[in-house]
Design a protein around this ligand. Structure first.
Ligand code: HPA
Ligand code: ZN
Length: 349
């Protein structure tokens, strides 16, 4: 086993950048950069209420989740054709490859698009084609997770799942996103039961802005395999114990939490405390085009702000591999690659 203490602290940023890692919480619509929004708007003849890229980017000043979601849905309005969904996902995969991401599980929101008359086929086939090309051209293992918009009804979620069934081989799980407060997990009990019955993995956003009770609901009622965000769990000792004892993964997104004012400063983030409490924490970018950074930016800025160690870097990367829904044989291979990477850094001294 490599000696993690043999890694000099000044080499930590380089190590964070090149270590192999998985990204488990990325909304692909949240990777749409302003430049691509304008390019697609022009391609598709969509009028945007912003004069140019700079004007759009300057609107990215959020006070909470809802203030972000309003812009995020407006940005997604330029996506109309299969090729648009492909181009968006491909742009993300190129960034992910540069960040040494070897596994990506992409959230997508079909309801955001079908409500505008975009066929489910265009959404799923464009994203799925990009996932296949990510594997063959960039050596990134990628899969899709279909998310239900929690501000809409459970009936609409059920209809969305049934509409996606002709493409059931193209996604591996279901998730729950959008406005959290006022939309507890229990609202989606039946659609998650149906998804489990169909053999899909289940995850849900819970405890981003919402209370610990929403995390309990996601665990006990929706029976999820991962909690997305979950940072509010810190306020409930019994919940923290449950998460630690069960090694329930949390997909934490520090730059998102900062930009949506969940924490005032990155130095106030509770990721270090949650790692210390023994939780299976992973680090992710959420909506990188809107929150000022892709996966490595999240690692680099969080490690600097919280003064985290090489041991914690290893733990986070290992957790991301462990918590992924990839086949066990792939996970074992990636763990060897991760160890070899750390070994290389320890040996050079
Ligand atoms: N929370 C909830 N819904 C979302 C998010 C998020 O951080 N990003 C995109 N949809
Ligand atoms: Zn999210």
């Amino acid at each position: 086993m490599f000696k993690v203490h043999a890694i000099p602290p000044d080499r930590l940023p380089e190590l964070l950048s090149v270590m192999p890692k998985a990204e488990l919480h990325i909304h692909i619509e949240g990777s749409l950069e302003p430049e691509l929004i304008f390019e697609l708007a022009q391609r598709n003849g969509v009028q945007l209420p912003y004069a140019d890229v700079a004007a759009l980017r300057s609107a990215y000043a959020f006070t909470n989740l809802q203030s972000f979601l309003d812009l995020y849905y407006a940005g997604a309005s330029v996506l109309l054709r299969e090729q648009d969904f492909y181009d968006m996902a491909w742009a993300y995969f190129e960034k992910a490859a540069a960040d040494h991401v070897l596994r990506a599980e992409l959230f997508f929101d079909p309801q955001t698009h079908t409500a505008r008359g975009v066929p489910t086929a265009a959404v799923i086939e464009g994203l799925s084609r990009a996932c296949r090309d990510a594997q063959s051209q960039l050596n990134i293992s990628a899969d899709l997770i279909l998310c239900f918009l929690r501000h809409l009804s459970e009936e609409e979620a059920l209809a969305t799942l049934e509409e996606a069934m002709p493409w059931r081989e193209h996604f591996i799980g279901v998730g729950l996103d959008s406005s959290e407060l006022g939309h507890p997990p229990e609202k989606f009990t039946r659609v998650f039961a149906r998804a489990r019955e169909l053999g899909f993995h289940c995850v849900a956003h819970a405890g981003e802005e919402g209370p610990p009770a929403y995390v309990w609901g996601a665990l006990d009622v929706l029976q999820v395999e991962r909690i997305d965000h979950g940072v509010q769990a810190i306020h409930d000792a019994a919940l923290m114990k449950r998460l630690a004892d069960s090694r329930m993964p949390l997909t934490v997104c520090p730059l998102s939490n900062l930009k949506l004012c969940v924490f005032k400063n990155l130095a106030d983030h509770n990721l270090g405390q949650m790692l210390d409490a023994g939780l299976c924490i992973t680090l992710n970018s959420d909506d990188p085009a809107y929150f000022g950074g892709y996966l490595n930016d999240n690692y680099l800025q969080t490690f600097a702000a919280l003064d985290l160690s090489a041991q914690q870097a290893y733990q986070l990367a290992a957790n991301s591999i462990e918590a992924s829904f990839a086949p066990e044989t792939d996970k074992r291979r990636w763990m060897h690659e991760l160890k070899a990477c750390f070994q290389g850094f320890a040996e050079q001294d």
